[in-house]
Design a protein around this ligand. Sequence first.
Ligand code: FES
Length: 64
Amino acid sequence: MYVCLCNAITDRQIKESVAAGANSLTDLQSQLGVATCCGCCADLASSFLSSHHESQTNCCKTGS
Ligand code: FES
């Protein structure tokens, strides 16, 4: 699905960037151009960052 309509960025592209090491909205903006026009998608784009980091945290907790 499209997350950023202004720049035609999909959730898949954002997930790939996060998996490749993007850890802030600034990273996503520089790599994909998401949230660089109207900014309406900034919260949704950021939610992919937090969900990825939560899964990493859960993984670490499970391992201890
Ligand atoms: S919808 Fe992403 S910048 Fe406008």
